[in-house]
Design a protein around this ligand. Sequence first.
Ligand code: ADP
Ligand code: MG
Length: 189
Amino acid sequence: KSAGFPLLKRIEEFDFEFQPSIDQTVIKDLATLRFIDNGENVVFLGPPGVGKTHLAIGLGVSAIEQGIPVLFINASVLIEQLKEAYHSDQLDRYLKKLTRPGLLIIDEIGYLPFDAQAAYCFFQLISRRYEHGSTIFTSNKSFGNWGEIFQDQVIAAALLDRILHHCRTVNIRGESYRMKDRKSHKLWV
Ligand code: ADP
Ligand code: MG
C-alpha cells in the first residue's frame, strides 16, 4: 500500500490465454525478479486495456514480498511533482526519493506530453536511476513516438539510450480486457 499502487494485482491473476501476444515464459522469468538484481529495466508497450498496469503492479507486489522497496507513480502525477519540486527548489530532494527504491514503476507514459521543464527533470531522474536501480515503464506509444511525448527528439533519444541499455521490452498487441464482457453483451452491434 505504501508503495503507491492504485490497486492490488497479481501475476497469478493474469489470464495469459486472453492475451496470446504475451510470451508467458518472459513474464514468468521477470517474476523471478532477477531483472532487479541485474539492474535491468522493463517496458510494457501496448494499447489501452491489454494489461500493462496489471503486469507492472504484479511485479511490484512480488518485489515488495521479497523485501525490495518499490515506488509506483503515474507519469502525469510524476510530471506535476517534478515541476512542483523544481519550482520550490526541492528537485534534488525529490529525485533522491525517487532514486532510492530498488524498483520504481512509472505508469502511463505517453498520455500526457512532457513540456521542456518536465522533460529536463525526467532526464535527471532517468540518469540517476541508470545502472543504479530497475525501473518499469508502461506506455501506449511505441519508442518511435517518444519524441512526441517529450516534444524533443534529442531528449527522447538520450532517454531511450539509457532506458534501453539494459532492458526487457514486452510488446502487447491485442484486445482490451475491459471490452471482454461488453462485447459479449453486443454493445457494438
Ligand atoms: P492497461 O494498463 O494496459 O491499460 P490494465 O492493466 O489496467 O490495462 O488492465 C485493465 C483491467 O483489465 C485491469 O483490471 C486488469 O486487471 C484487467 N486485465 C487486463 N488484462 C488481463 C488479463 N489478461 N487477465 C486478467 N485481467 C486482465
Ligand atoms: Mg494502464
